[in-house]
Design a protein around this ligand. Structure first.
Ligand SMILES: NC(=O)c1ccc[n+]([C@@H]2O[C@H](COP(=O)([O-])OP(=O)(O)OC[C@H]3O[C@@H](n4cnc5c(N)ncnc54)[C@H](OP(=O)(O)O)[C@@H]3O)[C@@H](O)[C@H]2O)c1
Length: 249
């Protein structure tokens, strides 16, 4: 229950303890959702995100599950179903393990596809069960510019992200008759732990190719996810929306 006594619709953001997911969770907190802040290992960070949402007048709670485990996802959704109406699912959790194809290990490929792609199919299946009953909902997949334009050294990651684009378009067609919308947001280079390992030289060479001249922030991505989560985007489904400073046009 919110302070005003109304029940808030639920938004689940996977991988919300840090980076882009944390920014999305905070944005959805300002939009009146009760935000489930998912994490896998970083409980303290997830608690910090919840505290920030609450301090801003929102409502949130941490929720641990590993998106690469079907059993953990199913159990988390059982818990969610008892909490209230799931209105928004943001499939944000992801990992990137770079490497050239000649050195690609099958375990790396499996882990990357499982965490970035298979996870989103399973969470979407579980969310659809809840949203179809309510005949409303918005599923948003956080993909990547790399899934559209490719990148040497990121074959597994790019394949996973391109797969999410196929998932987005197919699921949008499958669920539209139930008023459930499915979209993807494809960030370019965003300042987070994931890009933290880039050297200044690498960042400069990336920035030189970005028409708007800088890396993005988690808030840049959160703004569009906020829009896709609410009724202002009621006629938008099956779209891939780039947030990349013009890197891919
Ligand atoms: N940063 C970029 O430039 C960029 C660009 C394009 C797309 N993206 C995509 O945006 C998403 C977020 O990226 P980011 O840069 O914010 O990443 P990040 O800073 O590395 O944070 C990753 C988040 O995912 C969670 N996570 C990782 N594995 C998980 C699992 N198995 N189960 C549940 N949660 C898991 C982490 O939780 P813990 O804290 O518990 O570990 C953390 O909250 C990813 O899908 C990424 O591919 C990022």
């Amino acid at each position: 229950m919110s302070q005003s006594g109304t029940v808030r619709p639920i938004a689940l953001v996977t991988g919300a303890s840090r980076g882009i997911g944390a920014g999305i969770a905070q944005k959805l907190g300002t939009l009146g959702f009760h935000v489930m802040v998912n994490y896998v290992s970083n409980e303290a960070k997830a608690q910090e995100v919840c505290a920030a949402i609450t301090a801003a007048g929102g409502s949130a709670e941490p929720m641990r599950f590993d998106v690469s485990s079907e059993a953990e996802i199913v159990s988390a959704f059982d818990t969610l179903a008892k909490k209230g109406a799931l209105e928004v699912l943001v499939n944000n959790a992801g990992i990137s393990e770079d490497g050239l194809i000649l050195r690609m290990k099958k375990e790396t490929l499996d882990r990357t596809l499982q965490t970035n792609l298979v996870s989103a199919v399973i969470t979407s299946r579980e969310a659809a069960k809840l949203m179809m009953r309510a005949r409303r909902g918005s599923i948003i997949n956080i993909t990547s510019v790399v899934g559209e334009m490719g990148n040497a050294g990121q074959v597994a990651y790019a394949a996973a992200k391109a797969g999410l684009h196929g998932l987005t378009k197919s699921l949008a067609k499958e669920l539209a008759s139930r008023s459930i919308r499915v979209n993807a947001v494809a960030p370019g280079y965003i300042e987070t732990d994931m890009t933290g390992a880039l050297t200044d030289v690498q960042k400069k060479s990336i920035t030189d190719n970005i028409p708007l001249g800088s890396l993005g922030t988690p808030q840049d991505v959160a703004e569009i996810v906020g829009f896709l989560s609410t009724n202002g985007s009621r006629y938008i489904t099956g779209q891939i929306i780039g947030v990349n400073g013009g890197l891919y046009i």
